[in-house]
Write a protein that binds this ligand. Structure first.
Ligand code: ATP
Ligand code: MG
Length: 592
């Protein structure tokens, strides 16, 4: 390919609408152009990158024994109605009508369609297990499609679905997919962490996310959208929604002598309680009121120095939705005299509030608690003396940096992560609701046990840029780069330089290397800038030393360059391609 012909419209400035670095660089380096909000044209460079990701995914899925197929984007409403998700999926699904008024959704995912296939075509246990996958465009009317390819409204996803006759077989395939995912992302040059996740609305219980860890420079927009806790001693890693930690021991003792209600005017925050009334947060029983599914009031109790992780609380009360109660709701529920001094003591009779206590409250002794009376606290309260300890204690607290790891002696750290893939055990959620059964060995009809496995193909490409870039542009892992090398004759008017450049270019191309010749009559500075911006892993320059038959070879991720005789360039380039291991050089996320 010649640069003069390549449609790679590079820009000098970052586009105003791009908040994250991958979005900025993809637009600036001429990879993508926006067509509508969250909808992009993939220009030639981008399409090459996406095809590379797809190919790695395809090869590894095939190797793992899965079979590729292709399902339509246009999915009839009926198939979604049969699982009950036509209504539940809500505005996230783009919907269209045909000329007869029939309704369709544009595939946000394909559990329903694949289950429909299995119902009709997989009749017997003899056909199980089976794992089917596709690489297909998906549509989701995301609320905030603002991160370029990281969160588009149209994007490319690999989605796989497996069907099993028993749980042991499901478990084996889950492990098989877990291994496959690690291989896929490693081949993409990306180190990922397999993180326990909350499976949320999709159902099922076992699920993991694959996170590319990125550390966000101060002042830069977050791109991960996910906080991940990890332990560096043992490899424990979990999404914040799920992360556990060992409760930090408290050695605080109450400075009060007696158990009594004391005046605490204006003490509506932990800070005031601590500063003015010597009530240490580790001795405070904190109470927060939420509304689950717009009907059930929930009071969460937790030790004052910890925060409630709302997803954990939502799961603990088995709700689909959870929000903080409004001031009016709190007034109504607590009898109107609390005014911010909310607690589990002194609630009106028949208050109807479900009380959920975090395990951190168990060890509290001589603690401080509000009693639903304005400007008052009970001090030196004790369980089963002043109030009874809740029957069940759960984990609803948000882990903190520095807490002890739940699985070893290590300490938890936090970073941002980009979810590039996930794996789920769905159980019989879809097969039950859609009556998808097979005939088992004993002749009875049984629902399939299912798993599903997603990879964001376009997001993976963007995540690689979030992870590998510098102020000059993209630093592609070799496996994803649109071209592996660029040959730059510094001055195309100089016949020696141009000839040597052409020779090397032709030689590399003949050897199957993906290479671009920058034949433009531009200043060297402009060419080098574009090469760095686009992120060619190898740059081969024919400059002043061309007369001596020497070319300067520079790797994008290193500052030093090397002079190499023309006859040895091919071998050198081949060796660089073979030895490329980007994530090994930076096992831990580095600040950008
Ligand atoms: P997220 O929590 O980021 O919205 P998700 O849980 O909705 O992701 P899945 O429905 O399981 O994701 O989709 C599988 C994969 O598809 C994700 O792991 C992610 O890599 C990718 N993906 C999901 N939504 C988008 C999007 N809007 N744009 C690009 N890729 C996406
Ligand atoms: Mg989503």
């Amino acid at each position: 390919m010649r640069m003069s012909k390549l449609l790679a419209p590079t820009l000098r400035e970052n586009p105003a609408e791009a908040e994250v670095v991958s979005h900025q660089l993809l637009v600036r380096a001429g990879y993508i152009r926006r067509l509508a909000n969250g909808v992009y044209n993939y220009l030639p460079l981008m399409w090459r990158v996406l095809r590379k990701v797809e190919q790695i995914v395809r090869e590894e899925m095939d190797r793992a024994g899965a079979q590729e197929l292709l399902m339509p984007i246009l999915q009839p409403a009926e198939v979604w109605q049969s699982s009950g998700r036509w209504d539940i999926y809500g505005d996230l699904m783009m919907r269209v009508k045909d000329r007869h008024g029939r309704e369709y959704g544009l595939a946000p995912t394909a559990e329903e369609v694949i289950t429909d296939i299995a119902t009709k075509e997989v009749r017997s246990y003899r056909q199980l297990p089976v794992n089917l996958y596709q690489i297909q465009t998906k549509y989701r009317d995301e609320i905030r499609p603002r991160f370029g390819l990281l969160r588009g409204r149209e994007f490319i996803m690999k989605d796989a679905y497996s069907f099993h006759s028993n749980q042991a077989c499901m478990d084996l395939e889950y492990e098989n997919m877990a291994r496959t995912y690690t291989r896929i992302f490693n081949r993409c040059g990306l180190e990922t962490r397999m993180v326990r996740s909350d499976s949320g609305a999709i159902g099922g219980s076992v699920s993991h996310e694959y996170m590319v860890l990125t550390r966000i420079a101060e002042g830069e927009q977050e791109s991960g959208e996910n906080d991940v806790f990890y332990c560096d001693s043992c490899g424990y890693a979990a999404n914040v929604e799920r992360a556990e930690s060992v409760l930090a021991e408290s050695h605080e003792v109450s400075p009060y002598n007696a158990t009594e209600i004391v005046e605490t005017p204006g003490a509506v925050s932990l800070e005031i309680m601590h500063r003015q009334f010597k009530m240490h947060p580790e001795l405070i029983l904190k109470s927060l009121i939420y509304i689950a599914d717009e009907k059930t009031p929930v009071m969460a109790l937790i030790r004052g120095d910890y925060d409630v992780e709302e997803v954990k609380l939502q799961n603990a009360v088995v709700a689909n939705e959870l929000r903080m109660a409004t001031a009016e709701e709190v007034d109504r529920l607590t009898g109107g005299s609390a005014k911010g001094f909310i607690g589990p003591i002194g609630l009106p009779e028949n208050h109807g509030i479900k009380i959920v206590a975090d395990a951190s409250v168990h060890g509290l002794k001589n603690f401080f608690v509000a009693v639903n009376q304005v400007n008052k606290h009970l001090v030196n309260a004790n369980w089963n003396v002043d109030l009874s300890i809740p029957a069940s204690l759960v984990d609803i607290r948000r882990a903190r940096i520095g807490d002890h790891c739940p699985e070893c002696e290590g300490t938890l750290q936090m970073t941002r992560g980009i979810e590039v893939g996930n794996i789920f055990q769905l159980g019989t959620k879809y097969s039950s609701s859609m009556s998808a059964t097979y005939t088992d060995e004993d002749g009875t009809e049984k629902p399939f046990i299912m798993g599903c496995y997603g990879i964001g193909v376009s997001r993976t490409a963007a995540a690689a840029i979030e992870r590998f870039h510098d102020k000059f542009g993209i630093i592609w892992p070799m496996a994803l780069a649109p071209y592996q090398a660029i040959v730059v004759p510094v001055n195309v008017q100089d016949e020696t330089q141009m000839q040597l450049g052409m020779d090397v270019f032709e030689q590399l191309e003949a050897a199957g290397i993906e290479v671009v010749l920058d034949d433009r009559d531009e200043r060297a500075g402009v060419k080098f800038k574009d090469a760095d911006l686009i992120g060619f892993p190898i740059r081969i320059t024919a400059g002043k030393k061309a007369a001596e038959g020497l070319l300067e070879v520079k790797l994008r991720d290193q500052s030093a360059a090397k002079d190499i005789p023309a006859a040895e360039v091919l071998a050198y380039v081949q060796q660089q391609i073979k030895e490329w291991r980007p994530f090994a050089q930076s096992a831990q996320p580095t600040a950008v």
